[in-house]
Design a protein around this ligand. Structure first.
Ligand code: ADP
Length: 499
């Protein structure tokens, strides 16, 4: 096939916006279009999206990205999808109408039920099968909530009239006007219903959560031609040939394709994911085991740890207390002081994620003296992001009994050079910032392009990988150790705060 003048369309369906990006054969962005959509907070701790709005915004940015590049269908070689994970949509198989809003991964409405499951002793069995810690985060308890709480839904589900899908499944359904009901292994591995060893939906877990198997999509690999589109967006059918959850797609986009390679995304939260190769590694340190991707018959596994508040702490400095006019000024402020002046900021604003998993922790700023300035606070906030990432990284090293070579980074906050340098100083690793920052979309594009031969193989992709900057440790090791020691004291003060 001749791919000259052809592009790969990446769909990057995120938590707050839908994006579409066209990549060329060099893996360079041609055009990008993005639309935010409404977040619904019906009650404290509840977060919902309108599945139809997800689709409308997504289809409109696809059209916009193509129009901006002045291309038609015949220029699109294939489509790859990366999506917000765990978010749960249930719809009618006949009409395609959702029966309830999408329940978003952040939604905590099933937290009490999760506590019940833990007290019934399910944690170990669920960990062994799914690689996951029991938590409201994952789809299983959200599906059960809809079946139990929306009138008439359980009966309809039992009659086989309803479909469940994560956002990938919903988008493929819409792109094919209901002809395809599929997901991929990475998204399946975040439902808490999927056995990551057998790569099958798990009947014992379906029984536990009282979910009829007929609701579940067929599970596919991450890079294969699943179907062709049949939506009015395109005049002709375009192959849909790549799918992965957003964090896995970013790992692939960063080309962390060898055992032991690691990437961290610095966005609202920080997401660290480590390629552990062909066997699942179960964590002894409260990390999640998940599927990185499946290419052909080969499954690759990963360890994952999430920090809930990363860049969001900078947002809070700006919007919450008005200490700074914009995020980027924190770099200058942090560099304007010799050190943190003894101030530590534990950004446990919504509790602490991995490896602490303490939902009762709250934010703490400690070590304040008369000499403390706004610059020290800004610096302490940036340092706090890095210390949290250090803690997840240490948990990973302890699980795999090895040290990765470097940390590859992406996400909005990596523009901050102080943050990157400090991360390297604390972790004692090279921190590697690539040229293409849209690694999630790039990963989806790569998966799709590989399936149709747009790119020959992973080696060809490796040749495209382009470095922006490497940050190497400069701080003395003793100093780093002292800072970490004080950080851990500060974490102790923030833990178990609310009753
Ligand atoms: P998301 O995809 O989670 O919405 P992004 O990857 O767009 O997040 O990153 C935005 C986050 O990064 C925000 O929380 C913002 O406060 C933070 N951020 C952006 N630029 C900087 C900067 N120069 N220094 C520190 N933090 C930043």
């Amino acid at each position: 096939m001749n791919f000259r003048n052809k592009y790969v369309l990446a769909i990057d369906q995120g938590t707050t916006s839908s994006r579409a990006i066209l990549f060329n054969h060099q893996g360079t962005i041609i055009t990008l279009a993005q639309k935010p959509f409404q977040q619904y907070f019906p009650k404290p701790g509840w977060v919902e999206h309108d599945p139809n709005e997800i689709w409308y915004t997504q289809s409109s940015v696809i059209k916009e990205a193509m129009a901006k590049a002045d291309v038609t269908d015949s220029h699109i070689a294939c489509i790859g999808i990366a999506n917000q994970r765990e978010t749960t949509i249930i719809w009618d198989r006949e009409t395609g109408f959702p029966v309830y809003n999408a329940i978003v991964w952040q939604d905590r409405r099933t937290a009490d039920y999760c506590e019940e499951l833990k007290s019934q002793g399910w944690a170990e069995r669920i960990l062994q099968k799914t690689g996951l810690v029991i938590d409201a985060y994952f789809s299983a308890t959200k599906i059960k909530w809809v079946l139990d709480n929306v009138k008439g839904i359980r009966e309809r589900a039992e009659r086989g009239e309803l479909c469940f899908g994560t956002v990938d499944t919903w988008l493929v359904w819409k792109l094919t006007r209901g002809a395809q009901f599929i997901t991929d292994v990475t998204n399946a591995s975040r439902t808490m219903l999927f056995n990551i060893r057998t790569l099958q939906w798990d009947q014992e877990l379906l029984d536990l959560f009282t979910i009829p198997a007929s609701m579940l999509p067929q599970v596919k690999a991450c890079s294969e031609v699943y179907c062709e589109t049949s939506t009015p967006i395109f005049k002709k059918g375009i192959p849909v040939s790549g799918m992965a959850g957003d964090q896995q797609a970013a790992l692939f986009g960063q080309l962390c394709v060898e055992d032991g390679m690691i990437k961290t995304t610095y966005g609202t939260g920080c997401f660290m994911i480590l390629n552990t190769g062909k066997e699942p590694v179960l964590s002894q340190n409260n990390l999640l085991t998940t599927i990185a991707w499946k290419l052909g018959d080969q499954t690759t596994y990963a360890l994952e740890g999430s920090v809930f508040v990363g860049g969001a702490v900078i947002q809070w400095l700006r919007d919450g207390i008005g200490l700074i006019p914009n995020a980027s000024i924190t770099e200058q402020m942090a560099k304007s002081v010799y050190d943190n002046g003894g101030v530590y900021f534990v950004p446990a604003l919504t509790g602490l994620g991995a490896p602490y998993w303490d939902q009762y922790a709250r934010g703490a700023i400690i070590g304040i003296t008369r000499g403390t300035t706004a610059a020290h606070l800004a610096r302490a906030a940036l340092e706090g992001i890095c210390y949290q990432v250090y803690d997840v990284l240490t948990a990973m090293e302890n699980d795999i009994h090895a040290k990765p070579k470097e940390i590859r980074v992406d996400g909005g906050a990596i523009a901050n050079n102080f943050l990157m340098q400090f991360q390297s100083d604390i972790c004692r690793y090279p921190v590697v910032r690539p040229n293409v920052l849209e690694t999630t979309a790039l990963g989806a594009a790569y998966l799709a392009g590989l399936a149709i031969g747009y790119w020959k193989d992973i080696d060809e992709l490796k040749e495209q990988w382009c470095l922006d900057k490497v940050f190497n440790p400069q701080m003395k090791e003793d100093t780093a150790r002292k800072l970490l020691n004080e950080w851990h004291k500060a974490v102790g003060r923030s833990q178990n705060w609310v009753e």
